[in-house]
Design a protein around this ligand. Structure first.
Ligand SMILES: C[S@@+](CC[C@H](N)C(=O)[O-])C[C@H]1O[C@@H](n2cnc3c(N)ncnc32)[C@H](O)[C@@H]1O
Length: 293
């Protein structure tokens, strides 16, 4: 079992997110099994195929040497390979050399699917922006893409390219916790953070959307202007859904909020559909999954 380089990801929310994406994958391949499409699963932050739930000091066995293989849980790549009816092709994108090597091992574990497995050791944005320039529709290819970054790695430009294919359904883990942290209360955001926010949201509008200027009386200078943060988790969520609706034909209105052990939002699991004909059924399935979770 290739577990050496399996990263330690989050706790319950990791299982929650994988459960929802996997439920969609099953419904997707089943719905399209008699259609003349090549079905592709694209995992843009593919990991190693396994992940280990984070150990905490509350765990009874915390600190005990040695790994318990049962503590390693299937990651998204393995989950997708296990889906039946099967996808025809699997594209696993992973920047980390060791994890990409682990992904190659999946060809041994799934020999009857090995010919359709492509491991790309690459930066996800670069790879996807290049790949999405292909004419997916003409080639009769339809895909589900999972964008599962740790943080604010996904650029809006990449999301636009994905939407433009009109052939890809996208599950996006949007880092709402990190975005909220970067949107500092006093609006004093350094250039590097501001550039990252603009790259992730694809606009500078966050400056006016999430802040307001208010008049303030100061002791020495009299009347002045203060910047005040107005953003809430809800308003950030609504902004993200609106942005996705600008480029995709359909977007689930009910992204699922994944929270940490202190109930603080970490990520939004968002869904967007690429094809006009697939929109009604894809949205119905995804919204049902998101709503029921
Ligand atoms: C949250 S983990 C993915 C977990 C995986 N989907 C799973 O369920 O097992 C994010 C992965 O993305 C990889 N990564 C980080 N930045 C990347 C980038 N810019 N391009 C491609 N992979 C990246 C990391 O090495 C890590 O393995």
């Amino acid at each position: 079992m290739p577990i050496k380089n399996s990263p330690e990801f989050g706790g319950d929310w990791t299982s929650e997110k994988l459960g929802m994406v996997s439920a969609y994958l099953k419904r997707y391949t089943d719905a399209l099994k008699f259609q003349p499409f090549t079905l592709v699963y694209v995992d843009a932050f593919a990991g190693a195929g396994y992940w280990a739930p984070k150990k905490t000091e509350d765990d009874a066995f915390f600190g005990i040497e040695g790994e318990d293989p049962k503590a390693f849980i299937e990651g998204s790549a393995r989950v997708a390979l296990g889906v039946e009816p099967s996808f025809h092709e699997f594209i696993f994108i992973e920047k980390n050399t060791k994890r990409a090597a682990e992904l190659e091992q999946l060809k041994n574990d799934f020999p009857n699917k090995a010919e359709g497995i492509y491991v790309e050791k690459a930066e996800a944005n670069e790879f996807l922006q290049h790949k999405c320039r292909e004419d997916w529709i003409r080639k009769n290819r339809r895909a589900v893409l999972f964008l599962d970054p740790f943080g604010m790695q996904v650029e809006w430009k990449t999301i636009e390219c994905i939407a433009n294919t009109k052939a890809i359904d996208m599950w996006l883990l949007f880092p709402i916790g990190a975005v909220n942290r970067l949107l500092k209360k006093d609006g004093e955001i350094n250039e590097k953070w501001a550039a990252r926010l603009s790259a992730v949201l694809g606009t500078e509008d966050w400056r006016t959307e999430f802040y307001r200027k208010s008049k303030q009386l100061t002791l020495f200078t009299g009347e002045g202007e203060a910047t005040e943060k107005t953003a809430t988790f809800k308003s950030i969520e609504q902004f993200v859904v609106r942005r996705l609706k600008d480029v995709f034909v359909g977007v689930a209105d009910n992204p699922y909020t994944l929270v940490n052990s202190r109930n603080s939002p970490l990520y939004l699991l968002c869904f967007a559909v690429g094809s006009k004909t697939g929109k009604p059924i894809a949205l119905r399935i995804a919204q049902h999954i998101l709503g029921n979770s």
